[in-house]
Design a protein around this ligand. Structure first.
Ligand code: DOR
Length: 432
């Protein structure tokens, strides 16, 4: 492995930041300080940049096995590296579902060749059918720490309670996609006056909030750890904040599209804006942005959901829900935190690493620990982020196999210059 020095950046620690160089040898941070001696080390210029722990995405659909036309672990991992991610958690709504040790093993095998670390979320129920619990213990034995039926919420209250009790005995966390099917129905955008005007069926905010309420009460009654995926309304976040104040072990994430884009985009009838849960009202968008800036959110997670052009370019009614996220999340999050570098690394790295249990000494991650401090002795999971670089998103220039970014042609401020997973994997526009 190599020796290199990241020179002249602003190193962002959990509580403070400093102008310093970072010396890395054999995948470990050796020294952090000013004017370090770089003899025999490759120099990486980080002037004008923030240097912090590489990002951790709790929510990426890498589509393998089963839909390799849309994404593979390899292409999704490259998209992650460009986005500043050192590790991503691959979602289990694949074909077959990641609901057994055998499929987890298959994904791990594929992930061995990926450019960044890929952890796996297992399904809560077999086939994500919401009926019978998946063998979480055998997946947990392989290091799986997060379980979800994402794509759908677990609808049946009894099944969810049983899953919470079981997961709590195993020391793992469940992650819920909150939408009650009986309320969301076949809706394709946010329910409300705009949906009525466009003649599109709505998915209500209540479909999400009622499941958040229900599951909080399940945790209160029977314990367990629960992570709320891609919350899309202000009220949902308020519910989770109140539950935390009550001492419950609940965490939550929001996706950049939900704090950036409102339902108004659906008026174009462009299916690139179709996502579950749907883009909401401007009041919700602003509420989520504030919640990110205030630290009420544990993680910004991408819900990176690649779809082939053949499937996504249908009618708004028929197109599958989901949008790309890995390569645009950092800039959008930077836009939401008002220049607060600590909040930035907290929501993109430190807190999600804790939720996914990707810290040192924990199982389920292939190469190194993530979300640690930038300090001697820590594994070198690092990102170099230039907060003032402006760039225009071009869907054809993304690493993802798919094209369905809702941010095509949008100007972003803030760009990842380098991603280090033990050694630099992406630097100044090139893979190493
Ligand atoms: O919009 C979505 N797309 N929401 C989900 O929960 C699943 C995802 C997908 O897998 O495409």
């Amino acid at each position: 492995m190599s020796t290199f020095i990241i020179r002249g950046g602003t190193v962002v620690h959990a509580a403070n930041s400093e102008r310093a160089d970072v010396l890395v040898r054999d995948g470990r941070i050796i020294e952090v300080g000013i004017k370090l001696d770089g003899t025999a080390a490759t120099e990486i210029d980080a002037s004008g940049c923030l240097v912090g722990p590489a990002f951790v995405d709790l929510h990426a659909h890498l589509r393998e096995p089963g839909n390799e036309a849309a994404e593979t672990i390899e292409s999704g991992a490259r998209a992650g590296a460009v986005g500043g991610y050192g590790a991503v958690v691959a979602m289990p709504n694949t074909t077959p579902t990641i609901d057994s040790a055998a499929v987890v093993g298959y994904v791990y095998e594929r992930a061995r060749h990926a450019v960044i670390d890929v952890a796996v979320a297992g399904a809560i129920t077999i086939g994500r059918e919401g009926k019978n619990l998946a063998p979480m213990a055998e997946m947990a034995a392989l290091g799986v720490r997060l379980f979800t039926d994402d794509g759908n919420g677990v609808q049946h209250g009894g099944v969810m309670r049983r899953a919470l009790r079981y997961s709590s005995a195993l020391g793992v966390r469940l992650a819920q996609h909150c939408e009650m099917d009986d309320l969301a129905g076949s809706g394709v955008m946010n329910d409300g006056p705009l949906a009525a005007r466009l003649g599109l069926a709505g998915r209500s905010a209540l479909a999400e909030e009622i499941m958040v309420m229900r599951d909080i009460e399940f945790v209160r009654a029977s314990g367990g750890r629960l992570h709320f995926l891609h919350l899309s309304t202000r009220r949902s976040v308020e519910l989770v904040v109140a539950a935390k104040a009550d001492g419950l072990d609940v965490t939550c994430e929001v996706a950049p599209h939900h704090f950036t884009l409102s339902e108004d985009r659906c008026a174009s009838f462009d299916p690139v804006f179709k996502v579950h849960p749907p883009l909401r009202s401007m009041a919700d968008v602003e509420g989520l942005r504030l919640a990110v800036a205030r630290g009420d959110i544990d993680a910004v997670a991408t819900d990176h959901a690649p779809h082939t052009p053949e499937s996504k370019d249908g009618t708004f009614d028929e197109a599958p829900p989901g949008m790309l996220g890995l390569e645009t999340a950092a800039a959008l999050t930077w836009g939401a935190v008002n220049g607060d570098a600590h909040a930035f690394f907290n929501v993109l790295s430190r807190r999600p690493a804790r939720v996914a249990q990707l810290r040192a000494g924990e199982l389920g991650v292939r190469r190194i620990a993530h979300g640690g401090d930038v300090a001697p002795g820590e594994d070198a999971s690092l990102v170099i982020f230039d907060p003032s670089d402006s760039w225009t998103v071009n869907r054809h220039a993304l690493q993802s196999r798919a094209l369905n970014t809702p941010f095509h042609d949008m100007v972003m401020t803030g760009r990842v210059r380098g991603t280090v997973v033990g050694e630099p994997v992406w630097l100044n526009g090139e893979f190493r």
